[in-house]
Write a protein that binds this ligand. Structure first.
Ligand SMILES: [Zn+2]
Length: 314
């Protein structure tokens, strides 16, 4: 076990960049992000079972390979897509990468025990543990996303307020408007005085800058969150609808956080507040469903709103 982790850095599936351990950004702690998979199953009837193999060969490093949890679950869930020859090629590449970059995870005995417990518990235990870990990660990323979005939102709100104040100044400075022909005082939209285009463009550009900054700050967390949702879907059964709901809520928050409704009545930022509440609820509902507590049914898909100004992806 220790030898396996001392000669591998990332998941053995080519193209998968997940390291075998990952940093918990809140505690700074390294947490196990992988399982040890068997190329040939360790018991009869298991994936790619090879009756010719001795028990010792079966337990040897040659028959084992560290993979991220998602791919460890995947190769055993659909072994027909992952024949032993393919897995041996992966293992060769994993070792070759280690020799090229000389990066690995030298682990101690306690850590080796943790790896074994998580990898060689029953198939069901391992999937349950991996699913619960990924659901917890989803909740962490959702919380962080709300935090970042709240911080970034202040700048957008300040810029929008400056814009509203400028509009108000202009309409005050001109005073009431009258119809040239009838002499009646104008009401509603007709009575609005437009500020000079240069001032409008300046204010709009400040709002856009704040919205783009929000997108840039949020995007990496959204990517991590979506990755964990993928893991939850891959290793658990029946949580798909709750994952989809979190995914929709995340996209809704991204849309709300990167746009601003310039209708002055929306000064309370209703859409963004709703999106934050929506993501928090969706994340809690996923956690409850994972623990097997009664969870509300996911809501039907909504249509996206197109009536708002938005910052385009950079
Ligand atoms: Zn992987």
């Amino acid at each position: 076990m220790k030898r396996l982790y001392a000669t591998a850095f990332r998941c053995g599936k080519p193209g998968c960049k997940k390291p075998l351990y990952k940093m918990n950004n809140e505690t700074g702690e390294w947490i196990l992000n992988s399982n040890v998979a068997h190329i040939h199953a360790r018991s009869e009837g298991g994936p790619r079972w090879n009756p010719e193999m001795t028990e010792e060969e079966n337990r040897s490093a040659e028959n084992l390979m560290p993979l991220c949890r998602e791919h460890a679950a995947e190769i055993d869930a659909t072994p027909e897509h992952y024949p032993p020859t393919t897995l041996r090629e992966w293992k060769q590449q994993q070792l070759a990468e280690y020799h090229a970059v000389q990066k690995a995870w030298p682990i101690n005995d306690d850590e080796a025990t943790e790896v074994a417990a998580q990898s060689f518990g029953t198939q069901r235990d391992a999937a349950t543990a991996a699913g619960a870990a990924a659901v917890a990660a989803v909740a962490r990323y959702a919380g962080r996303l709300v935090e970042i979005s709240r911080r970034e939102r202040r700048a957008a709100a300040d810029a929008a307020r400056a814009w509203r104040e400028m509009n108000a100044r202009w309409s005050r400075s001109i005073g009431p408007l009258f119809d040239l022909e009838t002499g009646e005082r104008l009401k509603g939209d007709e009575a609005m005085v437009r500020p000079p285009q240069r001032d409008t463009e300046q204010c709009w550009s400040a709002v856009q800058t704040a919205l783009r900054a929000a997108r840039t700050a949020m995007e990496p967390v959204v990517t991590d969150l979506m990755g964990e949702l993928g893991t939850v879907k891959a290793v658990t059964n029946g949580l798909g609808p709750w994952c989809d709901r979190v995914e929709r809520a995340t996209r809704d928050l991204m849309t709300a956080a990167t746009s601003w409704d310039m209708d002055p009545s929306a000064a309370d930022d209703r859409m963004w507040c709703d999106a934050v509440a929506g993501l928090e609820q969706a994340s809690r509902a996923l956690g409850a469903a994972c623990r097997g507590e009664s969870a509300e049914a996911p809501p039907p898909q909504r249509l996206p709103s197109d009536s708002r100004l938005g910052s385009s992806p950079a």
